[in-house]
Design a binder for this molecule. Structure first.
Ligand code: SD4
Length: 322
């Protein structure tokens, strides 16, 4: 039995004996579950979909999958799934991964023409002996699982790409062109899961894969400790195995926000060009505490729990001039 569970049972027994509060109340206040957090303001509607499952004692894994499917399907969210910005060749290529409370994980990268890469990633996790499928192989597999090919390049994204072709300006990923949704959930049974899905950096090199489908870089879950996800310039998270680092820092006793801050500081100490990029980490621990930290001001994240929904600005190492 885990220490948390033992503590909870002890507390519940004491509370029950004193006739003060129900065991349920103790659990809710002590561990703050269920809870779901996700990157950027497109996390708010995504969290609501996850909350429908969590609030009915559903599994965190089902919640995070259902949650991130919301921006994947929304053409107005220009950086995830359908409607996402294409790569330099004008092709929408998608990266996603998912991880549960038993170290199971699944991932797809460089996947084209499938609206819900997160659900393909889950099928990789559940229906193959592998963790990751890419490109044509991932597409072939998706079709065997009943996914249907569709054109993901909307007229808006196509027009933006055509404009970009003339200027070829590369913008820093931040609040005005935010990408990736990373979502972490703790369910009422006390189990953690996470999901991460993106169309990647806008106008990226054809064939480029970022951190988002890479377990350890864009997402990591250790059900004993906590979970972390990331957004921003994926190369920096890959070089530092950022989300695994955040979870390990929590294992050493850091709070979720401290762990995210220390991981950002690690990037700053190791990667000379970090000031040119945004990276935001978001973490949730086994007790339901959450926190985030980023390089540049401008990263925010959405939270949903029994108290309601909120959007929080993460603290940052640097201030982007207004
Ligand atoms: C990538 N990390 O492909 C993704 C992009 C992103 O906010 O998260 N942007 O590098």
């Amino acid at each position: 039995m885990s220490t948390n569970r033992r503590d909870f049972l002890k507390l519940s027994a004491i509370a029950g004996a004193l006739g003060l509060v129900s065991a349920k109340t103790v659990a809710k206040n002590k561990v703050g579950k269920p809870v779901v957090v996700s990157t950027w303001e497109h996390g708010t509607p995504a969290n609501e979909a996850a909350w429908k499952i969590l609030s009915q004692n559903g599994r965190a894994l089902d919640a995070v999958e259902a949650g991130v499917r919301v921006p994947e399907a929304d053409p107005e969210v220009r950086t995830v799934g359908y409607g996402g910005y294409p790569d330099a060749k004008g092709i929408v290529t998608l990266d996603a991964c998912i991880m549960d409370d038993n170290m199971n994980c699944g991932s797809v990268a460089f996947l084209q023409n499938i609206k819900h890469p997160i659900s393909v990633a889950r099928k990789v996790m559940e229906n193959t002996p592998h963790v990751m499928l890419v490109g044509q192989g991932a597409l072939d597999f998706a079709k065997t699982q009943g996914f249907v090919e569709e054109d993901l390049l909307t007229p808006e994204s196509k027009a933006d790409w055509q404009r970009w072709l003339k200027e070829r300006e590369v913008k820093m990923i931040n609040i005005e062109n935010h990408d990736t949704i990373g979502m972490l959930a703790l369910d009422s049974a006390g189990n953690l899961s996470g999901a991460c899905t993106t169309s990647g950096a806008a106008y990226k090199m054809h064939g480029r894969v970022g951190d988002s489908p890479l377990i350890g870089a864009g997402l990591y879950v250790d059900n004993e400790i906590g979970a972390a996800t990331a957004t921003g310039m994926g190369e920096l998270m890959i070089k530092t195995v950022g989300c695994h680092l955040v979870v390990e820092l929590m294992r050493q006793g850091a709070s979720p926000e401290q762990a995210c801050k220390q991981a950002v500081e690690r990037i700053a100490a190791k990667l000379g060009d970090y000031k040119a990029f945004q990276v935001g980490f978001l973490a949730l621990n086994k007790q339901g505490e959450y926190g985030a930290y980023c390089i540049q001001s401008g990263f925010n994240y959405a939270v949903r729990n029994q108290q309601g929904a909120k959007l929080i600005d993460a603290d940052s190492l640097l201030q982007v001039p207004a």
